[in-house]
Design a protein around this ligand. Structure first.
Ligand code: M6R
Length: 607
């Protein structure tokens, strides 16, 4: 969740580190810091809050030095303040860290007993002191780093720098990603290739348990036993993008508007529109012979998976188990080799999703993953990847990645349906044509912005919102609630409309807006009955429906947002947009930090 950068360079590195940290700010933005070695001494600047504060600090008091490490933090242990900001120092050792040191309390007690004084509340500081203690005991810097790594439990990525050695950073990875970038007589370390894009696209990814001694003209990678290992150097693709909002106020707004285009690219990758078929890609498992599909993911990606359960079961007659990855990884589900396993992740780095993938792999299952970052750990550990072609998603709230995940999953469901003999060639042609229309409908929905903004103005006045939906609109109701909470901080819940009377109906009164997502589909009449129940109790309904639905809904609403009539298959893709726009405009009215909402980070590499 935090971002790490290290540079062993041949010009002052602080401005370069700051530039790389800007690209990593999506990983955390509670505080940030940079340390360099200037005139043989370790120096650092740290600042609470966003990177602009660190930038200001560096302007006031610049740092010199041709070697340095930097960090942008998402707090796990200790509040986000300057004292807890990285890099952490101990007797000539500087450290930046991403992840959690699980045995830190035990190590802290041991170090305290040895006379080490802790100045922060972080788990990271134990690592700095452990390395320093090894040095004090006579170890070389490389030995000190290696001996320390062997003591650490948990998931971590680290970069360590030593006073007196201006040609070496030690990097280590056990869980969260860490990449080495190769330059001309300079080397880089970064949490991902995006951070290193301005410097190099020649990248070596460390694997779990690897640690590396990175110097200007060499890199040596070892395993935990100290054996040298070889990791291939590769050309990173698609990382030199400009992180730019264009004419939009926020990345989220830009990403919402990019959807017609990126959905179109993604669908074209998986579907042969002219031939009316789902394309036959290399598959990790055979849809025709598996008897179940197991999907695990987190947050919005989980909700995309939940929508796909309806598609795989309805069109392909393939039963789907869908799990929240943080639950799946520990619930000891018996694995059957006749199942396929699929993971969905924008970043491809989410710790719980990755652990679930590894659990399935250990059970001998073949793995497919739907990822947006093709060079991510989840992608690299899968037997086959199904990329979403959403392009970099910078806003913390996932928007275009979600609709692209849905586009991939719908395409795969059509393919599974064909391969399992559940649909005819004509049916397949119809479904492919329907999918091909999704980008056009998405463009039309974007034009409803004024009406949606008007509704958002009302929502910005309330503290609680309920979202209801049935069938594929039920996960979408949860996605609407998730989006609203994360960026506007308004409490929201998404419920299956039929579940209302089993509890949540007690919440309904005149102050509670209820957003009902109800295309005129097979369950529309049932949803109308649930709306009646809300209306009878004075609830204020905001109905998101289509032209047919607006005509047939016999309930008084506070507002009806009317979308075009769309085929049932693509409704979740199209209806995702008004839901995102509603959350976006509400957050703008609330004046929150839309792209970097409080307490969140884009990539969640800790448990
Ligand atoms: O990178 P991933 O898709 O694995 O991330 C999963 C969730 O952390 C993510 O979808 C999160 O829920 C979003 N902030 C929601 O907008």
């Amino acid at each position: 969740m935090c971002g790490i950068v290290g540079i062993v360079g041949h010009s002052p590195v602080a401005p370069l580190i700051l530039d790389a940290l800007k690209r990593l700010e999506y990983r955390g933005y509670d505080s940030a810091g940079v340390a360099t070695i200037e005139h043989g001494q370790l120096s650092r600047r740290r600042a609470e809050g966003k990177l602009v504060n660190l930038e200001r600090r560096l302007k006031e008091e610049p740092l010199d030095g041709m070697i340095g490490i930097g960090h942008t933090r998402w707090a796990t242990h200790g509040v986000p303040n300057e004292t807890n900001a990285h890099p952490h120092f101990s007797d000539g050792v500087a450290i930046v860290h991403n992840g959690i040191i699980e045995n830190f309390a035990e190590l802290r007690d041991e170090l305290t007993a040895d006379g080490y004084v802790f100045t922060s509340q972080t788990d990271t500081e134990v690592v700095a002191h452990l390395v320093a203690r090894e040095l004090a005991r006579g170890a070389t810097p490389v030995e000190a780093a290696h001996n320390t790594l062997k003591r650490l439990e948990g998931a971590f990525a680290l970069a360590i720098m030593f006073k007196g050695d201006e040609d070496m950073i030690v990097g280590a990875r056990n869980g969260p990603p860490l990449a080495v970038g190769h330059g001309e007589s300079e080397m880089f370390l970064g949490s991902d290739a995006i951070a290193l894009a301005p410097f190099t696209n020649s990248i070596t990814y460390l694997e779990d348990g690897d640690w590396a001694v990175v110097r200007r003209n060499s890199i040596a990678i070892y395993d935990m036993d100290g054996n040298k290992v070889h990791r291939k150097r590769q050309q990173s693709v698609g990382t030199s993008f400009l992180v730019d909002k264009g004419n939009h106020r926020h990345f989220m707004e830009k990403e919402i508007h990019e959807q017609p285009e990126v959905i179109s690219h993604t669908l074209a990758h998986y579907l042969d529109f002219a031939g009316g078929k789902a394309k036959a890609f290399e598959m990790p498992f055979d849809f025709a012979s598996i008897d179940r599909l197991s999907i695990a993911a987190c947050g919005t990606a989980y909700l995309a998976g939940l929508i796909s359960k309806y598609w795989f079961e309805r069109y392909a007659r393939l039963p789907v188990d869908i799990d929240i990855a943080s639950e799946f990884r520990y619930r000891e589900m018996p694995l059957s080799k006749s199942s396929g396993a699929m993971f969905v992740s924008q970043s491809g780095e989410t710790a719980d999703t990755l652990a679930s993938l590894r659990y399935c792999r250990s059970g001998g299952l073949k793995i497919g993953s739907i990822v947006n970052v093709r060079e991510s750990t989840i992608a690299r550990e899968s037997d086959a990847i199904f990329p979403t072609l959403a392009g970099p998603e910078i806003g913390v709230a996932s928007t275009k990645a979600f609709t692209c995940q849905l586009s991939v999953l719908a395409s795969l469901a059509v393919r599974a349906a064909r391969e399992r003999g559940a649909i005819s060639a004509d049916d397949e042609r119809t479904l492919v044509r329907q999918l091909s229309e999704a980008p056009r409908y998405a463009s039309q929905v974007l034009k409803l912005d004024q009406q949606i903004e008007k509704v958002a103005r009302e929502l910005a006045q309330v503290r609680h919102v309920l979202y209801l939906g049935r069938d594929t609109s039920y996960p979408l109701a949860m996605e609407g609630a998730l989006k609203l909470k994360e960026i506007s901080y308004i409490h929201a819940e998404g419920y299956a409309a039929g579940e209302l009377k089993h509890g949540p109906i007690a919440l309904i009164d005149e102050s509670m807006p209820v957003i009902v997502i109800a295309p005129h589909d097979r369950v529309f009449e049932k949803t109308v009955s649930n709306m009646q129940e809300v209306a009878a109790r004075g609830g204020r309904i905001i109905l998101v429906t289509d032209q047919k639905g607006a005509k047939h809904a016999t309930v008084k609403t506070m507002e009806t947002i009317v979308l075009p009539d769309v085929p049932e298959l693509i409704a979740p893709i199209v209806y995702a947009l008004p839901i995102q726009m509603l959350a976006y405009f509400t957050a703008v009215f609330m004046g929150t930090d839309v792209d970097q909402p409080r307490n969140l980070a884009k990539s969640v590499t800790v448990e």
